[in-house]
Design a protein. Structure first.
Length: 257
């Protein structure tokens, strides 16, 4: 038994050592080989700017209540079909639908105690909702469409501006030039301070991101009967804000002797 345990421990120690040696060797391979007088330094630079938001995003929901779950779902389905078809008429809109949710509840919390099973069913209320989301760079057309969807009985979930992905990329390209210049200036400063003749950038990592403004969630009045909706609703008002675009650059630089 002792010989067996000794053998297992020896094998385990060998494998652990082998794993460590391999990991250590891989780590060494990641580092460039330096010649006499060369120095490896890691530098980082960040640049950011405020970008004007150019895309308007809207989200509206339809809510229906009834004692019959089939009626609830039928009204939601009809309302969603009308809204989506109307929105898709504008080719500049990106349209999508959100969560479809139906549940039941007792309007009186004592119903489950006070009534029999059959009476409870009669007291039961069904409630359902679904959302439609759409966005566009044509803010005026989108705001007008929001008013039309509201007139169908939908309530506002969100209405906010954001920075479109393509515009965010264009801002990142502008920031990249500035960030790279900062890396070069830092490398030149370090080389001069240490008395080195120059520098070479051996590798670089670029990471860009942008922070859009938060999208507020606004609760509206639920729709119990679609027939009670007004014939028209005035278009809402929205003004664009700004998003912060960031770009980070990390570089490894070899200072020459």
């Amino acid at each position: 038994m002792n010989k067996f345990l000794f053998g297992v421990l020896a094998i385990g120690a060998f494998l652990s050592c082998a794993g460590f040696c391999i990991s250590d060797a891989n780590a060494q391979e990641l580092l460039p080989t330096l010649e006499k007088g060369q120095v490896l330094v890691t530098l980082s630079a960040q640049d950011q700017m405020d970008a004007d938001q150019d895309m308007l995003v809207a989200g509206l929901r339809i809510e229906v209540e009834d004692a019959n779950p089939l009626i609830v779902q039928d009204k939601i389905n009809r309302a969603m079909k009308s809204a989506v078809e109307m929105l898709k008429e504008n080719k500049d809109f990106e349209v999508s639908t959100g969560q479809y949710y139906v549940h039941s509840y007792y309007p009186n919390s004592r119903s489950k105690i006070s009534f029999s099973s059959e009476e409870q069913k009669e007291q039961l209320i069904w409630k359902g909702s679904q959302t439609v989301d759409f966005k566009s760079k044509d803010s005026q057309a989108l705001l007008e469409a929001v008013g039309k969807v509201q007139a169908m009985g939908f309530a506002m979930n969100q209405l906010s501006y954001m920075l479109s992905p393509e515009k965010a990329e264009s801002y990142k390209d502008q920031l990249l030039v500035g960030a790279l210049k900062k890396i070069q200036d830092k490398a030149a400063l370090v080389a001069k301070t240490l008395g080195k003749s120059g520098f070479d950038i051996v590798d670089m990592n670029i990471d860009g991101s942008y922070m859009p403004s938060p999208m507020p969630m606004m609760r509206g009045v639920q729709m119990e009967m679609m027939s009670t909706s007004p014939a028209s609703v005035s278009a809402p008002v929205a003004e664009p804000g700004k998003s912060i675009v960031n770009l980070n650059v990390n570089a490894r630089v070899i200072l020459q002797p």
